[in-house]
Ligand binder design. Sequence first.
Ligand code: MRU
Length: 355
Amino acid sequence: MDTFAIPRSVEWRETHITILNQQKLPLATEYIDLHTLEDVYDAIASLKVRGAPAIGITAAYGLALAASHYKAETVHEFHSRLKQDRDYLASARPTAVNLVWALDRLTAAAKDAASVNEAKTALIHEAIRIQIEDEDVCRRIGEHALSLFRPGDRVMTICNAGSIATARYGTALAPFYLAKEKGIELSVYALETRPVLQGARLTAWELMQAGVDVTLITDNMAAQTIKAKGIRAIIVGADRIAQNGDTANKIGTFGLALLAKSFGIPFYVAAPLSTIDLATKTGADIPIEERHPDEVTHLAGVRVAPEGVNVYNPAFDVTPNELITAIITEKGIVRGSYSAALPALFAKEEQHETI
Ligand code: MRU
């Protein structure tokens, strides 16, 4: 079977963008077409497309698509319109840095264009490049991550850092797909991930599609499962990694890292360089998105809490660097002193590019 018969989350169609509506999974595999900047903003804000790299790819295509319709007469006019639209899309969700990373990469790609048409083409090419690169990056993350596991390992994860959260393969889920390709047996224990159930709806669905052994648990079963099932490691994705290694990821990640420490098992973060934000020095500087109370008071549209109850609904938490055993990137596995090691990854990249 083709391990990657998993649908792509985002497709560029020149006149529009087609996305897999992740809100509807696993009950329906529905695709929706995005035609305007407002469609793209709404798809990101309402989690129809979610996961840091997939958000970045969608936003990049969204900006390129919007710009393709500009009636600007001068390059200057074009850039001021582009800046407005860039800022609008950047405000769709605050935590995943891949959103602004992708938008800024696009803006930079069009910066030196000699004409409006050249700028429009540059934006489209750059957005396509971001998606193509992300697939390769995720595969390389998967190869590095797989080197940390032994056949038969049971590994825990939270949220969905899988194929549909990226261009393909995912970050935290990539090693399981590669293991499957190579005939290595690994088992995944997926937390359901309240409030919006990315683990139950998306991770369980995509791993099952690929024939990866996956067991679903609710979030409050993590400690008991680590003990009873002999979980060997925890691996998660990331929405933003500060220069010192502090990592924002789906709410519940921090608790898992504390459990990993308590049980003496490794806690791994798998993420591309596009998720590392050297401008953010520590986790204290990462904005944490708070979402609508309905996500907590309702389950699948049905109210499960009293009307008027106070609700706190942070979508992410920050795991302090000292709880992270290693950060797995496309450039390799980083351990220990993240403040020095993470910037060095970018320095290596520049050297590599200029050789
Ligand atoms: O709110 P979401 O579903 O966008 O949150 C996603 C996560 O927290 C993922 O773990 C993270 O973006 C990594 S996706 C490769």
